[in-house]
Design a binder for this molecule. Structure first.
Ligand code: MN
Length: 213
């Protein structure tokens, strides 16, 4: 799928930014094709449908919509929350994935922030995996940044995200079965491990620096 084939509307499906097989063997091309081209595309289509009669809301970024859902009328609020959340979450997710990363772990103030949450890298991975496995049903696990610029590990159900709770998502892992079922079936732990192999620390480091500037 491409931006050209995206539905007409205020919001557009972004390009993936790399080939569908770029994350193989950790995340397979077929999963990426369906995940981006079908699932993410559907969130965009349905967000546009929800906003079809509200040109005023069409002018807002998806981030601004999600930060304050109270300004979205009740009749379309759930649709904007689910599909707008889906659009935002996936747009960020694609950017946080990359194979053969030059950076293998966070540096500077981000490394310090991780150090405040975890004893070491092994314990961070252990805790992240444990929390990812504990998300029941469909949802996400996030590292977020709170208003005091502190790093936080939190999960969200469905397509919710930290923006809805006054925090900025730094990066998250999609824990919906559509993100891993083709290759990993019920083995979510294997998928979480694979995710760890394709974390784009360079992007995350830059995002952290922007969010905490
Ligand atoms: Mn997904």
């Amino acid at each position: 799928a491409s931006a050209q084939s995206a539905p007409a509307g205020a919001h557009q499906l972004p390009e993936l930014g790399y080939a569908l097989d770029a994350l193989e063997p950790h995340i397979d091309a077929k999963t990426m094709e369906i995940h981006h081209g079908k699932h993410h595309a559907a969130y965009v289509t349905n967000l546009n449908k929800a906003l079809a009669d509200r040109p005023d809301l069409q002018k807002l970024s998806v981030e601004d919509l999600l930060k304050d859902l109270s300004k979205v009328p009740e009749g379309i609020r759930t649709a904007v929350r689910n599909h707008g959340g889906g659009h935002y979450n996936h747009t960020l997710f694609w950017k946080t994935l990359k194979r053969d990363n030059r950076m293998e772990h966070p540096e500077g103030s981000l490394a310090d922030a991780f150090g405040e949450l975890f004893e070491n890298k092994e314990q961070a991975v252990e805790e992240f995996t444990k929390k990812a496995l504990a998300v029941f049903g469909s949802g996400w696990l996030w590292f977020s940044v709170d208003s005091g610029k502190k790093l936080k590990l939190e999960s969200s159900p469905n397509q919710d995200n930290p923006l809805m709770n006054g925090r900025q998502p730094l990066f998250g892992i999609d824990l919906w079965e559509h993100a891993y079922y083709l290759r990993y079936q019920n083995r979510r732990a294997d998928y979480v491990k694979a995710f760890g192999q394709v974390v784009n620390w360079e992007f995350i480091q830059q995002r952290w620096e922007k969010l905490t500037a």
